[in-house]
Design a protein around this ligand. Structure first.
Ligand SMILES: C[S@@+](CC[C@H](N)C(=O)[O-])C[C@H]1O[C@@H](n2cnc3c(N)ncnc32)[C@H](O)[C@@H]1O
Length: 245
């Protein structure tokens, strides 16, 4: 069952990559055929999400508000575990309606009365009730062409002292600052080519941007397995930061 589900996803990734010039249409072309199978395959591909959500959940006060930008199927909200019930409001923001449909079904099934979905662009979204306590980007920045606009918007949408959490694929700069890992030429060349097929663009600039705008609370740089691809591991980072007061 899981094998055939994975094969449907791999088929979609290979043959329905999305070729519209408009981002929303491109995302919906890509994800509409795989939305039902998305979660089981991505559990094996998108590493570090549980760490990110667990660490954020622990740091939030009762009544806190959270935006999950490019939240897709809402899988990550479960990662907040027992912390979720104490939160005031969680909004899952995404441009892709088939994935938001899965998120909405999950909210109903789990009875999460404080979790809501909104179809919106992460580079433009302004929370109607004002700045929030935490913002997360889980493997969404690499799919947002203007990722720097999404981060600038997130910076404005966060309260002073608020927390940002990002997990994503990346590559290092050729000459990274000493606090960051350095990747070899092959790693820096291979992964952008590999992921670009599916309109995913690992960047060398996410971490320096985050490190220069937020106080760093957690920085993990790891390598994670790719399902059905032995011997290769893709680099990813987990960053948790605080906006200054
Ligand atoms: C790889 S998926 C990650 C989904 C989810 N966060 C997770 O960890 O499973 C990338 C998500 O970013 C969303 N996305 C891409 N560009 C976006 C934008 N400009 N605004 C909002 N969501 C966007 C996609 O629709 C997709 O749901």
């Amino acid at each position: 069952m899981s094998f055939w589900s994975d094969m449907r996803v791999i088929w979609g990734m290979a043959f329905h990559r999305g070729s519209s010039t408009d981002l929303k249409s491109r995302l919906e072309e890509f994800y509409s055929g795989q939305s039902g199978d998305y979660d089981s395959f991505r559990k094996k591909l998108l590493h570090g999400r549980e760490t990110l959500m667990g660490e954020i959940g622990q740091r939030l006060e009762p009544g806190a508000t959270v935006l999950d930008m490019g939240g897709g199927t809402g899988h990550n909200i479960a990662g907040l575990g027992t912390h979720l019930a104490k939160l005031g409001r969680v909004d899952i923001i995404d441009l892709c309606s088939p994935l938001l449909g899965v998120a909405q079904a999950r909210i109903t099934k789990e009875g999460w009365t404080n979790v809501h979905t909104a179809e919106a662009d992460a580079t433009k979204f302004v929370p109607p009730a004002g700045p929030v306590d935490a913002i997360t980007f889980s493997y969404s920045l690499t799919m947002i062409p203007d990722w720097f606009l999404a981060l600038e918007r997130a910076f404005c949408n966060l309260k002073p002292g608020g927390i940002i959490g990002v997990v994503d694929f990346y590559i290092s700069r050729k000459w990274p600052e000493g606090k960051y890992k350095k990747h070899g030429t092959l790693t820096r060349g291979l992964w952008p080519l590999w992921f670009a097929n599916d309109n995913v663009f690992p960047s060398q600039d996410h971490l320096p941007w985050l490190g220069s705008h937020f106080e760093s609370l957690i920085l993990e740089e790891g390598k994670g397995k790719i399902p059905y691809v032995p011997f290769l591991k893709a680099p990813y980072y987990v960053f948790l930061g605080r906006k200054s007061l």
